[in-house]
Design a protein around this ligand. Structure first.
Ligand SMILES: [Zn+2]
Ligand SMILES: [Zn+2]
Length: 445
């Protein structure tokens, strides 16, 4: 009799302790060892934007294992050669709101120099058929591990939420067209328009253990501009018999910098960066053309329109001043496909989540951070009218000691996209899971 009573109490006790464990924090801790394995696997097998075949299959398998109804091969690009590798996992749990949880999946053409034992050695062909190294230099691998951890946690916490969760694994974030490709393929028509959309991104200058967030606009409009500077080629020894597009391209680059310094209200942030310039084949040949690629960052729609017009006018004006005939004026093309609108964090939702995170991570571990001129196509999920409240938050990815050391030495930490950027996996993934899971639980309680 006594033994039976003892056994019964033990059963109740263990059931109670199990119940006590059901928090995002304990879920994250329990899943971390397995997620770390997944993280390293994804890290050593990075794939470029639009080519996320292996990664998408892995995510689909994990979402299925977590109990989601999974749809693969989602996404319609302008470029019909690109396949859509989007994955959506639907987790249903009775009536309630629909919440979209997003991760990105793509990596970058960067040769990894972190020296980590699991560093990427991957090489692949880019769109031009050239061999390029590939690296998860933006930490999307950490996002995916945290995303899978969140799906696993929410599957086990079904007694604490009601409604439908759309787990969206998005391709092609780096090229700014993946979210649009999913929406164009009927993401909201097929799976329902969500009541809220949530995303996260690791931050290369925020301490691990912390969440950072901006209320309102947080990432800028991104435009990609291609400029073909045309001239009349010839012998390098007789430049007067040519119209040299190289000297003209140099002139255009310098004049473009006067848009920010002389034509723009300094209280309206803008950035114009010429990131690529190619022209010519040999010392003594003046080529016929030079190609340049420019990234343009703005916030306000009217500033964006004006800056793009400025770039067009300056390119053509410099060519006219150099005596290039009108029929050879520079061709300035603003890519519609690569446009990425500014990301707007719904202020009311941001305030609500900040309160949740202060509770789940501690007051000191939630930071209001300044907006940046970076871009994020997470913006697309809130729709152009921001009718879907959305928040994209930052996860700290760097050891506090390292941040302090660099600060003291007056050195800059490796930024996102750097060949040396290496987030500390465990705490980054852990906070990703806790931040996302606690946010979803609150929105669906
Ligand atoms: Zn990136
Ligand atoms: Zn990124």
């Amino acid at each position: 009799m006594k033994i039976r009573w003892l056994l019964l109490s033990l059963t109740i006790l263990s059931a109670l302790s199990l119940f006590a464990q059901q928090t995002p924090q304990s879920m994250a801790d329990a899943e971390l060892p397995s997620l770390l394995g997944i993280y390293k696997d994804i890290h050593t097998h990075p794939e470029l934007s639009g080519y996320e075949e292996r990664t998408a299959a892995l995510i689909a398998q994990e979402l299925r294992a977590a109990g989601c109804q999974v749809t693969e091969h989602l996404g319609k690009y302008e470029n019909s050669k690109l396949k859509g590798y989007g994955v959506v996992g639907v987790m249903k749990n009775g009536d309630g709101p629909t919440v979209l949880v997003r991760t990105d999946m793509d990596a970058l053409p960067v040769e990894e120099e972190t020296g980590l034992p699991y560093a990427s050695k991957a090489v692949t062909k880019n769109d031009e058929g050239k061999d390029v190294h590939v690296m998860h230099a933006c930490g999307h691998d950490a996002h995916m591990a945290a995303f899978i951890g969140t799906a696993r946690a929410l599957a086990k916490l079904k007694d604490q939420w009601h409604g439908t969760i759309l787990f969206v694994a998005q391709p092609a974030e780096e090229t700014g067209n993946g979210a649009r490709a999913l929406l164009k393929d009927g993401l909201y028509e097929k799976f329902g328009k969500p009541n809220f959309a949530l995303g996260f991104h690791d931050k290369a200058d925020l301490e691990t253990g912390r969440i950072g967030v901006t209320e309102g606009y947080t990432y800028a409009n991104v435009d990609s501009v291609d400029i073909t500077v045309r001239g009349v080629g010839g012998h390098g020894a007789y430049p007067y018999k040519t119209k040299d597009p190289i000297v003209l391209a140099a002139e255009i680059i310098n004049t473009l910098q006067t848009i920010a310094s002389r034509q723009n209200n300094p209280l309206d942030p803008i950035v114009i960066t010429v990131g690529s310039i190619h022209g010519g084949t040999k010392h003594n040949i003046i080529p016929n053309e030079v190609k340049m690629q420019v990234t343009v960052r703005t916030y306000k729609p009217d500033v964006r329109e004006r800056v793009l017009a400025d770039i067009d006018r300056i390119a053509k004006g410099c060519a006219a001043a150099a005596g290039v005939p009108p029929q050879l004026a520079p061709i300035v093309n603003v890519s519609k496909d690569l446009f990425c609108p500014a990301t707007y964090n719904n202020p009311e939702l941001t305030k609500r989540l900040v309160a949740i995170w202060r509770n789940s991570l501690g007051n000191e571990n939630v930071e209001i951070v300044a907006p940046t001129m970076g871009g994020e196509d997470f913006s697309e999920y809130s729709l152009p009218d921001h009718s879907i409240p959305a928040v994209d938050f930052h996860i700290g990815a760097v050891e506090p000691a390292k941040i302090a050391e660099y600060k003291q030495a007056g050195k800059e930490l490796p930024t996102l996209h750097s060949s040396q950027f290496a987030p500390v996996p465990e705490p980054t993934i852990r906070v990703g899971i806790i931040g996302m899971t606690s946010a979803v639980l609150d929105l669906m309680k």
